[in-house]
Design a protein. Sequence first.
Length: 367
Amino acid sequence: MVFLRKISVIFTGGGTAGHVTPNLALIPILKSKFSNLDIHYIGSEDGIEKEILAKHAEITYHSVRTGKLRRYFSWKNFSDPFRVMAGYNDAKKLMKEIQPAVVFSKGGFVSVPVAAAAHHYKIPVIAHESDLTPGLANKISARYATKICTTFPDTVKDLPKGLGVYTGSPVRPELFQGNAARARARYGFDHKPVILIMGGSLGSLALNKAVRENIPSLVKTYNIIHLCGKGNVAEKYQKYEPAYRQFEFISEELPDALALADFVISRAGSNAIHEFLALHKPMLLIPLPLSASRGDQILNAESFEKRGYAIVLKEENITPSTFLSAITYLEKDKQKMIAVMEADQNTNGVKAIAEIIAEQIRCSLKS
């Protein structure tokens, strides 16, 4: 009997669902290349990544202490560096225990101590940058990275020479397996066009307000699936069912909802909008304003608008009339947008990223 040596790989990333779910898209491909793969995930003690990974028994989850690194003043700036250092020590112990062939980092502040600990033990780190411009966590992690995969082609030039490689964004394979008829029956919709509205895993108050101010008009023309975020379901809008269906979030049903959707209205988080791109869904993007972010969503949205995938409505310009006008324009340009998206050959980076990780595993096995 031949016993194959286990190959351990660590994934890390957290803070939002967008820092976690792309990791899950890579695992089946890597397992098809290496039958003896042992998958570990390092996240925070109480982040959304822990909740998401709880549904995946095949992945061993480890938590480390972490703190947020900020560009602005906060009293927590005095305590969080100590939590980052504690997380670094936690991650060093895990590296010594697991001895991974490679670490793959999707970003978020939990990834910083993990990447630093891997570097300490000379373990290669492959990182993925979702946004057009690198976030603070990935800027710090870049000094520890062997290679940084980018979602946007222009990001490569902002990284040290030879470090960046344009791969696109990894898209979960299950998103391509949705059943539109099943979703239409589930929600009780008639045959009006369907709008899927997503405000991110935490919801968007501005987006929720814009939608609900226009519900009486919208349900005359469209069926609506509104993912409004935790704690944001409002009973008073149930009178518009079945044309208007609201949920905090959906998970297993999401591929079906996306298959049914004619249009998507969303924030402009990179992972989400690249999933819509891969599925050829015309988008109305309402990026987080500068007052609530570092501006990465604005750049993401502008890039998609320039490439013909989406139209953009800035949050500060939302009124009931501008919101309805944007949806009308989206419907008018639907076929043109779909044609442009179908012509783009690099909408799913999952195979390219998996091969970069696999090549690093092969190198580690040789050494």
